[in-house]
Design a protein around this ligand. Structure first.
Ligand code: BTN
Length: 335
């Protein structure tokens, strides 16, 4: 497995940014910075230079000082956790320039004891994992590929409930950061205008009676352009940029997603999956639609009548019989 760790901020870089962000007036003199941080003016200058090389736009105003104009949309733990007010999730964030798959990395870290809420993010994945053994296309610089460790006190048969949680969280995060209206497609796709913009892949380590941990894998196509999709996915797949016409910055999106996941996970631990499943069903665009569900060599066609408590899709066949579908690919044929 090859992983290339992202450059993170040094503690002094971080403290300089904290001063900029905590200031009432936006200009900070070099003298003030050096006194506040107890380092030389040369050290301040060097760190301002290194922040600029990371993409922070810092203006130097002659005989006045420095001013932070904007922060880059790069995946740095310090940027992701800045101002994050979550209870459990994202306390530890690990960013990679490149990973085979964030799910694989996160699973390994969880096996080594990573605490609940640990988040692994990669700028690009070389073998991003999709459902049913497929590949998840993961070009650099444009999208979100992340995996989160959860350690809920549940039985293995209850683990499917966490899929509801990540689907609802992604839908809410899209609504918070864009004007788009996402819908959920069973089992775990997020669609906008009928095209898939996000996918979820949960993986679990468990014993017979106990879940050790669950890795929630989330891939969101934020700013991917049409030509970045493989030919066969150009129609069914899309991105928030393609659907909404404007770019979505990754850091605010990740923060919105973590915030929603944290709220929903808290609710889940207190009240179980009921309220979250209700929101999931309300956001799901399947009930009443005619679909074909295929799995390996078999397929069935019928009208979706609902989703049961265990997350199975209920499909009413032409002869009136209701089938419970546990896995498969759904094609919507008609409303
Ligand atoms: C699907 O096929 O719909 C599920 C796609 C899940 C992709 C995400 S990207 C982050 C995480 N790491 C992976 O290798 N897969 C998931």
């Amino acid at each position: 497995m090859r992983e290339e760790a992202h450059q993170d901020l040094t503690p002094l870089d971080q403290r300089i940014l904290d001063v900029f962000r905590g200031k009432e007036s936006d200009v900070v003199s070099g003298e003030e910075l050096s006194a506040l941080l107890d380092v030389s003016r040369t050290a301040v200058w060097k760190h301002v230079k290194s922040l600029k090389s990371l993409g922070y736009r810092i203006e130097a105003l002659p005989s006045q000082g420095y001013r932070l104009l904007s922060s880059p949309d790069i995946l740095i733990p310090a940027e992701i956790t800045a101002g994050l007010a979550t209870k459990r999730l994202g306390k530890r964030v690990i960013c990679f320039a490149e990973a085979d798959s964030t799910n694989l990395t996160c699973f390994r870290l969880a096996e080594e004891g990573a605490e609940e809420g640990t988040l692994v993010i990669a700028d690009t994945q070389r073998c991003g994992k999709g459902r049913l053994g497929r590949e998840w296309t993961s070009p650099p610089g444009v999208n979100l590929y992340c995996s989160l460790v959860l350690r809920p006190p549940i039985m293995p048969f209850e683990a499917y409930q966490l899929t509801f949680l990540s689907a609802v969280a992604v839908a809410r995060a899209v609504e918070r950061t864009t004007t788009l209206s996402p819908r959920i497609k069973w089992p775990n796709d997020i669609l906008i205008n009928g095209r898939k913009v996000a996918g979820l892949l949960n993986e679990m380590s468990a014993e017979t009676e106990k879940v050790n941990f669950i890795v929630l894998g989330i891939g969101v196509n934020l700013n991917m352009r049409r030509d970045q999709f493989p030919e066969e996915l150009r129609h069914p797949a899309s991105s928030l940029l393609l659907e909404g016409g404007s770019e979505v910055s990754r850091i605010p999106f990740i923060q919105a997603l973590l915030g929603e996941l944290d709220l929903l996970y808290d609710l889940y631990l207190r009240e179980g999956d009921g309220p979250i499943r209700a929101e999931w069903v309300a956001r799901c665009n399947m009930v009443g639609r005619t679909v074909t569900v295929s799995c390996r060599d078999s397929a069935l066609t019928g009208m979706v009548s609902g989703v049961d408590d265990s997350g199975a899709l209920l499909v009413r066949l032409a002869d009136g019989k209701e089938e419970r579908v546990l896995t498969g690919d759904v094609k919507i044929l008609a409303d």
